[in-house]
Write a protein of this length. Structure first.
Ligand SMILES: NC(=O)c1ccc[n+]([C@@H]2O[C@H](COP(=O)([O-])OP(=O)(O)OC[C@H]3O[C@@H](n4cnc5c(N)ncnc54)[C@H](O)[C@@H]3O)[C@@H](O)[C@H]2O)c1
Length: 262
């Protein structure tokens, strides 16, 4: 094995030592897996979610595993709550190095049936929430030696959503545009901004939207013949958040079992 690679692997356990990360939508699913992955490599992790009860349980779970984790219940679509969340991160941890914009909602509604309120919910959570968090994070990331933003888009953002509606596809495409634009604006400050585009991943978002039989049918249609696991997405996010990805910015990385190959 390449010596440098060997060294990196041995050090994975402390890769984020001294770094502070904020993960939104971290009470369950991929957000929880990301918080676990970053904490396992030494990060102090601020975990956000709008579901305060589920968040408290998730943070307690991580703390029990020895992580330095902090619960910040907040709705990422509400400007005042987002401001307060970043103020809390600064107050409790004194800095921010990594922002993971993971909070999201999906609705499977066909376009003609989408109520304006539902359109707003999907766009606000996936896109506006990402913008609000980026805006508050920028002044803090500027002070970091290696500021990182990782946004959760989807195969929906590059093509068309498998199980979500037009609002979900539009929101996730918007996340990709925001990612590219911020990468250009912030590169000179050594802040990288990237997106990940997962395919169908085994979480509540999917299990709560389609029946088990449909999930199995989708899974068998993918080249890798299964859904992705939250921990697999967390691994890619951790890579993008690390020093190993210092020259990657404005990118959108596919992780979809071969479902979408472009
Ligand atoms: N599961 C998939 O197949 C899949 C595929 C591609 C992209 N994604 C994206 O990945 C991200 C995580 O998805 P998941 O499958 O883990 O979802 P999930 O539904 O399991 O978890 C999402 C979390 O976000 C929280 N949340 C929702 N609205 C919020 C708000 N306004 N403020 C704060 N927190 C809020 C929820 O309470 C929940 O805990 C989402 O952005 C989703 O769109 C998911």
């Amino acid at each position: 094995m390449d010596r440098r690679l060997q060294h990196q692997q041995q050090n994975r356990g402390t890769e984020f030592h001294g770094r502070v990360a904020l993960v939104t939508g971290a009470a369950q699913g991929m957000g929880f897996a990301m918080a676990c992955r970053l904490a396992a490599a030494g990060a102090r992790v601020a975990m956000n979610d709008s579901n305060a009860t589920a968040l408290a349980a998730a943070v307690a779970d991580l703390r029990q595993q020895g992580a330095d984790a902090l619960a910040i219940p907040a709705d990422v679509t509400i400007e005042t709550e987002v401001r307060r969340m970043f103020a809390t991160v600064l107050e409790q941890f004194g800095a921010l190095d990594i922002l993971i914009n993971n909070a999201g909602v999906l609705r499977p509604t066909r376009c003609e049936q989408i109520a304006t309120q539902e359109w707003d919910l999907v766009l606000d959570t996936n896109l506006k929430g990402t913008f609000l968090c980026c805006r508050e994070a920028i002044p803090l990331l500027r002070r970091s030696e290696a500021g990182r933003i990782v946004n959760l888009s989807s195969t929906a953002g590059k093509s068309v959503s498998t199980i979500g509606g037009a609002h979900y596809t539009a929101a996730k495409a918007g996340v990709l545009g925001l990612t590219r634009h911020l990468a250009k604006e912030l590169g000179h400050e050594r802040i990288t901004v990237n997106a990940v585009c997962p395919g169908l991943i085994d979480t509540e978002m999917v299990r709560g939207t389609i029946a088990a039989a449909s999930i199995a049918a989708y899974a068998s249609s993918f080249p890798l013949q299964r859904l992705g696991e939250p921990a697999e997405i967390a691994e890619l996010v951790a890579f993008l958040a690390s020093d190993r990805a210092a020259y990657i910015t404005g990118a959108s990385l596919d992780i979809n079992g071969g479902d979408l190959t472009i």
